[in-house]
Design a protein around this ligand. Structure first.
Ligand SMILES: [Zn+2]
Ligand SMILES: [Zn+2]
Length: 149
């Protein structure tokens, strides 16, 4: 499928998900989703303001919160100062993050199948002691990036 075709499917999915909670896929929300798709990694409010200069920061933030509430956008942060936003994993693919606590840089890392198998096994063991049934996991590693070390 072409990249455009995939984007269309994604927009249909976003629209359907919003409609379920009586929300409309407004141009502002669409601009945010388009940006997250095209950038392909977590962005800050500042990044969004830089790329969508005509969209007020307060609106951008409100759209992000609305999209987050319906599970379309996920907030990624080493701490509150460095909040970043990305498309939810069910719209993209499973990955982990390396978060720099000094400069706020977020690096997306796609784990190998072998890594996922060991993490899943370790998580299953951990959860089992609590009688908990795990469905998925999130792994954000906090530390210092190459330029901050
Ligand atoms: Zn850094
Ligand atoms: Zn994983």
């Amino acid at each position: 499928m072409s990249a455009d075709g995939m984007a269309d499917d994604l927009h249909d999915l976003v629209e359907a998900r919003l409609r379920r909670v009586d929300q409309r896929y407004t141009p502002g929300r669409r601009a945010i989703i388009d940006l997250l798709v095209s950038v392909g990694h977590p962005v800050s409010i500042g990044d969004i303001a830089g790329r969508l200069p005509r969209l007020p920061r307060s609106s951008a933030y409100r759209h992000l919160v609305d999209l987050q509430v319906v599970g379309l956008v996920r907030r990624v942060a080493a701490n509150d100062e460095f909040a970043r936003f990305e498309l939810a994993e069910d719209l993209t693919e499973h990955h982990h993050h390396l978060l720099c606590v000094d400069c706020g840089k977020v690096i997306d890392v796609t784990p190998t199948a072998a890594f996922e198998r060991s993490v899943t096994k370790a998580v299953d063991q951990l959860a089992e002691t609590e009688g908990f049934q795990p469905h998925s996991h999130r792994l954000d590693v906090l530390g210092l990036c190459a330029s901050c070390r």
